[in-house]
Write a protein that binds this ligand. Structure first.
Ligand code: BT5
Length: 251
């Protein structure tokens, strides 16, 4: 059963020892009119990544989803994903893990062998879902999954955890820090984008992005408000990419 989590954060927190997916529960709460609510779980049994990919969420992680009702056009919602990525990166860094962000939503441990340019192992991911009406957002659910106190051998091969990198972290303090930082940035897309730039593993890299309308290859030169990646292609065209899987290529 859900219990209240004694957290001093600008969100009410509903805690579950185990749940299917915190994003699914958050969507349910959103449908009931919730606002500034967070669902947090120790373990998820049916969690999702983007494009319905599977997400491993064993006991000991930080699995949470925030329900928000921002007064925004849907096109501005990506800034919330960037804000969550920044908040997660900062919480990880404070826990002693050198983290950076791969566009748009992967938090990676900084690759000590920078020659590969591919980025380090994945520590956290973000899944943003929303519903809108008449050109405005009615609710957004921002789901954040952080491999906190979980053994790396219960994760996919390209993944790592806080435990694996530096040892266990105080999850309550971690969540508190993450939510406070997210709260600082969520109403300020410019600040979120600025902070995202500073923590980016993608800018300056040669990338291939799979978008719904085809593939874009070139150098990632900037991220623009509210969250588009700007890619300079080989024929010197600047293309804005709004969504898609991004791969760092060898230079
Ligand atoms: C993501 O998807 O990175 C978004 C993950 C969001 C998970 C959170 S947990 C709380 C909330 N509730 C949910 O049900 N979901 C959210 P994507 O970029 O599509 O990456 C998915 C891919 O990452 C998978 O195909 C695997 O290759 C890999 N993967 C799966 N589990 C992982 C893990 N725990 N750590 C690192 N990588 C993982």
């Amino acid at each position: 059963p859900a219990v209240e989590f004694g957290l001093d954060a600008p969100f009410s927190v509903e805690y579950h020892d185990a749940i299917g997916s915190t994003n699914d529960r958050a969507r349910e709460l959103a449908g009931e009119g919730a606002d500034d609510a967070v669902v947090l779980a120790d373990e998820q049994t049916g969690s999702r990544g983007r494009l319905d990919r599977e997400w491993s969420a064993p006991a000991g992680g930080v699995w949470l989803s925030a329900v928000l009702r921002p007064d925004l056009p849907p096109a501005h919602a990506p800034a919330l994903t960037l804000a969550a990525a920044v908040a997660t990166t900062d919480a990880a860094r404070e826990a002693g893990v050198p983290a950076e962000i791969k566009w748009p939503n992967d938090v990676l441990v900084t690759d000590a062998n920078a020659e590969t340019a591919r980025g380090g192992k994945k520590l956290a991911g973000i899944l943003t879902e929303m519903e809108g009406e008449a050109g405005r957002v009615s609710w957004v659910v921002v789901g954040v999954g952080v491999n906190a106190n979980v053994p790396a051998d219960s994760l996919p091969e390209d993944a790592t955890s806080v435990r694996e990198e530096v040892g266990d972290v105080d999850r309550r303090a971690f969540v508190q820090r993450l939510l406070e930082r997210f709260d600082d940035l969520r109403a300020d897309p410019e600040a979120a984008v600025e902070a995202w730039r500073d923590r980016s593993a993608t800018l300056g890299q040669r990338v291939r992005v799979e978008t719904a309308t085809g593939e874009v290859v070139g150098e990632a030169v900037d991220v623009a408000v509210p969250g588009a990646l700007v890619v300079e292609t080989d024929d010197d065209e600047r293309v804005r990419v709004h969504a898609g899987d991004c791969e760092h290529l060898r230079p």
